[in-house]
Design a protein around this ligand. Structure first.
Ligand code: AP5
Length: 225
């Protein structure tokens, strides 16, 4: 069986969610977004959601013990048996080690870490102008770069568009700091393992998508050989 076990890596606002939505359809993979899972817990008002919200609003990482078990359970689940697209996990070396260990335990391995690269100034512009669907957060827009047809209305389901709580300028700056100090070292981690693939995220979303899709299609072919 050919599996595609993929990670989308990159700073906040690089376009991980935007690309995941397209790749999910191309390759029929479950899109596992830690951010979306945590925001769903916040909306439900669960204990986990209340605990996570403090960290998310500050732009900090939610503690590993909360995240790791949540994601590993998901990766071991039946819909991820033929592969997955992880978005927002891992975010530090402990999380990366936990994922590698879980995959080894299942007799599986990571196919690739897909890195989307964008500079900080552009990321701030993207996050400050981002709007998401209140009903389905994977419907993502930008007031300037990808506006909906009708202001503040989702093209896909007609729901209201909102700004995420952590898309305020001071929280965005903090998220970028956290990315550079805690997540960026994973670029080296996956490069050393020969699993890193780099993409220029400053290009048009369709072009970024075409390049990632071609790489993933080649990986799938290699897995089948
Ligand atoms: P999370 O939800 O994962 O946020 P993030 O990593 O900060 O990433 P974003 O969702 O902000 O950006 P994206 O790369 O998906 O960009 P998008 O496609 O939306 O995490 C939120 C919080 O949860 C964290 O701060 C942390 O507290 C917690 N958390 C999550 N995972 C965790 C973990 N593993 N451990 C601990 N804590 C965790 O695009 C952004 C904008 O740009 C959009 O408006 C889009 O339309 C536009 N855009 C996209 N591509 C392009 C392009 N090519 N050109 C122009 N505009 C574009």
């Amino acid at each position: 069986m050919s599996e595609l076990n993929l990670i989308l890596l990159g700073p906040p606002g690089a376009g991980k969610g935007t690309q995941a939505e397209r790749l999910r359809e191309d390759f029929t993979l479950p899109h596992i977004s830690t951010g979306d899972m945590l925001r769903a817990e916040v909306t439900q008002g669960s204990d986990l959601g209340r605990e996570a919200k403090r960290y998310m609003d500050a732009g900090d990482l939610v503690p590993d013990e909360v995240i790791i078990s949540m994601i590993i359970k998901r990766v071991e689940g039946p819909d991820a048996a033929e592969g997955f697209l992880l978005d927002g996990f891992p975010r530090n070396e402990q999380q990366a080690d936990a994922l590698a260990e879980a995959l080894t335990g299942l007799g599986r391995r990571l196919s690739a870490a897909l890195l989307i690269e964008v500079g900080d100034d552009e990321l701030v512009r993207r996050l400050a102008g981002r709007r998401v669907c209140v009903k389905n957060p994977s419907h993502i827009y930008h007031v300037e770069f990808d506006p909906p047809k009708h202001e503040d209305v989702c093209d896909q389901d007609g729901s209201r568009l909102i700004q995420r709580d952590d898309d305020k300028e001071e929280t965005i700056r903090r998220r970028l700091q956290v990315y550079h100090s805690q997540t960026e070292p994973l670029i080296d981690y996956y490069d050393r393992a020969g699993q890193l693939r780099r993409f220029d995220g400053t290009r048009d979303p369709d072009e970024v998508h075409a390049r990632i899709r071609a790489t993933v299609a080649a990986l799938r072919l290699e897995e089948k050989l």
